[in-house]
Structures are given as C-alpha cells and as structure tokens.
Write a protein that binds this ligand. Structure first.
Ligand SMILES: Nc1nc2c(ncn2[C@@H]2O[C@H](COP(=O)(O)OP(=O)(O)OP(=O)(O)O)[C@@H](O)[C@H]2O)c(=O)[nH]1
Ligand SMILES: [Mg+2]
Length: 140
C-alpha cells in the first residue's frame, strides 16, 4: 500500500478527503499539526501558505510514498510556487477537490497543478464520492 501526503491551502478539503477515502464520519476541524494516518498524511494549510514551513513539508515527506498537491476548483489563486513538486524526490500527483461545486471551470486549477509540476490529475468530490475510488486504486 502506498502512503499519500496531502498538501494544499487551508480549507481546500484535505481533511475531508482523508475522511472520504477512509469512510470516516465527516468531522469539521481545522488541522493544527501534521496528522499521520495509516495510508495518508494530512498537513495543515498553513504549511504551504507560509514558506517557513516548506522545510517541515519536505522532512515529513520522507514518511510517504506519493505527494499530492491539492487545489480546490473553487480557489482562484494557485497556492503552489511554480515547479514546487520538484523539491520532492518522489512522485507528485495533483488532486482537484470540490468538483461538485456549481459553475466552476477546471481550466485554471489544472493549469495551477501542472505549473506546480504535478503529474496525473485527479478530479474529486468528497461530497459526491467522485474520484475517491480512483485515489484508493492509485494507493494500492
Ligand atoms: N462542496 C464541497 N465542499 C467540500 C468538499 N470537501 C471539503 N469541503 C468543505 O471545505 C471546507 C474545508 O474542508 P477541510 O477538509 O477541513 O479543509 P482542509 O484542507 O483540511 O483545511 P485545513 O485543515 O485548514 O488545512 C469544509 O467546510 C468542507 O465541508 C467537497 O468535496 N465539496
Ligand atoms: Mg485539514
């Protein structure tokens, strides 16, 4: 089983995604620190929003097999610096969250993740379950 580490801005839906993938009850809490699950590592949004924490992300990534850059299709701004993926000596995928949202265009979100250097982009909604099985499969 491959362990995946989620990185993305505050409120983009990382923790909700962990809950959806693991069939856990949906609980809304702001992630305050790095949280280790058997198959996933959940990080606080602040870690990508503040470059002082980049080092912490890189160190923590030693504990995972795949890094996922997570960006909500409802977010206008791309939180990742260009080529950010290349700081990790591991595969980096992109996950688009909140695909159930109305009237969003995925174009900018895809562009953001590609510019960040993510390969393989997954479209997900933790609410409808879209894309959740595809992520589970990728983690097998
Ligand atoms: N429409 C929609 N909203 C979602 C989805 N996933 C999460 N949300 C909402 O987005 C908000 C933030 O979700 P979280 O999972 O806590 O976000 P996070 O990325 O863990 O945020 P931090 O812990 O602060 O870094 C919550 O109000 C969720 O209900 C989704 O698939 N669709
Ligand atoms: Mg969280």
């Amino acid at each position: 089983m491959r362990r995946i580490m989620l990185i993305g801005r505050s409120g983009c839906g990382k923790t909700t995604l962990v809950q959806a993938i693991n069939n856990l009850d949906r609980v809304h809490t702001k992630t305050q620190t790095v949280e280790f699950h058997l198959n996933m590592i959940d990080t606080p949004g602040e870690y990508i929003e503040n470059r002082l924490f980049y080092k912490a992300l890189i160190v923590t990534s030693a504990e995972c097999d795949v890094i996922a850059l997570v960006q909500s299709c409802t977010d206008k701004e791309c939180v990742f610096p260009p080529k950010f993926a290349f700081v990790f000596p591991k595969p980096v995928i992109g996950i688009i969250t909140k695909a159930d949202s109305e009237e969003v265009s995925f174009t900018d979100t895809v562009k953001c993740l590609k510019m960040s250097g993510a390969h393989n982009i997954y479209y997900t909604s933790s609410y409808t379950g879209e894309g959740i099985e595809a992520i589970r499969k990728m983690m097998e």
